[in-house]
Design a protein around this ligand. Structure first.
Ligand code: IPM
Ligand code: MG
Length: 360
């Protein structure tokens, strides 16, 4: 039976980079590499402009019914002054929650020809291969109470709540341990248990789960502030980094710079086995360069590859796409973020040509 892929291009550079992934998915379909139906829907600011809300119930239903959802990016200055709960970003958080994709896999891989593109010395980042497993549907992003209130003396008070339960910690930790088994077998769990109870609970639960079920995996713990330092000091010490929603957001952006450009980093958000996954580049909508056709499409294309691997049962196709991106970089083609002058379309055409070549 045909699988279904739902595209949510979103805002800013989202539609430009998703267009390249759409072409690659079409190529895969037309060349008989995969039986997939491709649909598309508005999301984020583009959806707000059309209907007043960032995510409609119709789109939520379509996302839940699909096998994989590929998102572009959401948000931009045009919607930044809207009430908080109606902004594009609120639509993204709702989509993650509705799809129950609680584990966000963010690989930070330094492609060999890009070692010189990082702001860090090439010898520090060459060969880098870290997998972040970021908790995605809990923590301070979703905790209650939250809001801004006015106090009796006229001051205002902003509140967010950092909260985790045993189950929320254990289910994402399982994905980190299982991922480590397919890699170097090492998990570093990151929190601030020295100042936060929810961080202490995180450490205790991860330790207990490890002892009970994952003794073959090496587990270490690190405080989040130290992790941010170690990531720029000696990033290759890490294999899998397991962390919460907020620290995962911050630390994965840091890791992005180790790979040369945030324009290279894909992500996969997954939940329980058999449920649809949500795939998105980790870069944002980049309003400063939107509409110019110069954005790097690699993060979107590599996110599509992750969708093929994790949700569409097409691991071989995923590997071909990753190899095609590697070959194009080997040949020296670079978008602006990597110091080159190739356009989004140039990069997309080169990836398609490498794929059509057939020997990868
Ligand atoms: C990310 C982004 C999002 C997040 C924003 C756009 C809500 O920064 O996916 O890393 O904070 O999770
Ligand atoms: Mg982020």
């Amino acid at each position: 039976m045909a699988k279904t892929l739902l595209l949510l291009p979103g805002d800013g550079i989202g539609p430009e980079v998703t267009q390249v992934s759409a072409q690659i998915a079409q190529w895969a379909r037309e060349s008989g590499r995969i039986d997939v139906e491709i649909a598309s829907a508005l999301f984020g600011g583009a959806q707000i402009d059309a209907t007043g809300e960032p995510l409609t119930d119709v789109t939520v239903a379509a996302a839940k019914a699909a096998d994989a959802v590929l998102l572009g990016a959401v948000g931009g200055p045009r919607w930044a002054t809207m009430p908080y709960d109606r902004r594009p970003e609120a639509g993204l958080l709702r989509l993650r929650a509705e799809m129950e994709v609680y584990a966000n896999l963010r690989p930070a891989i330094c492609f060999a020809p890009l070692a010189g593109a990082s702001t860090l010395k090439p010898e520090v980042v060459a060969g880098l291969d870290i997998l972040f497993v970021r908790e995605l549907t809990g923590g301070v992003y979703f905790g209650e109470p939250r809001g801004i209130e006015t106090l009796a003396d006229g001051q205002r008070r902003g509140v967010n709540t950092h909260v985790y339960t045993t189950d929320e910690i254990r289910r994402v930790a399982r994905i980190a341990f299982a991922s480590a088994r397919t890699r170097q077998g090492r998990v570093c769990s990151v929190e601030k248990g020295n100042v936060m109870e929810a961080g202490l609970l995180w450490r205790e639960e991860v330790t207990a789960l490890h002892a009970a079920e994952y003794g073959d995996v090496e587990l270490s713990h690190m405080l989040a502030d130290n992790c941010s330092m170690q990531l720029v000091k000696n990033p290759r010490q890490f294999d899998v980094i397991l962390t919460d929603n907020l620290f995962g957001d911050l630390l994965s952006d840091t890791a992005a710079m180790l790979t040369g450009s945030i324009g290279m980093l894909p992500s996969a958000a997954i939940g329980d086995a058999g449920r649809p996954g949500l795939y998105e580049p980790i870069h944002g909508s980049a309003p400063d360069i939107a509409g110019q056709g110069i954005a790097n499409p690699c993060a979107s294309v590599l996110s599509l590859a992750m969708a093929f691997r994790h949700s569409l049962d097409a691991g071989g196709l995923a590997a071909s796409i990753e190899a095609a991106v590697g070959r194009v970089l080997d040949n020296g083609l670079r978008t602006r973020d990597l110091g080159g002058s190739a356009s989004t379309a140039d990069m997309g055409n080169a990836i398609l040509a490498a794929l059509a070549d057939g020997d990868i």
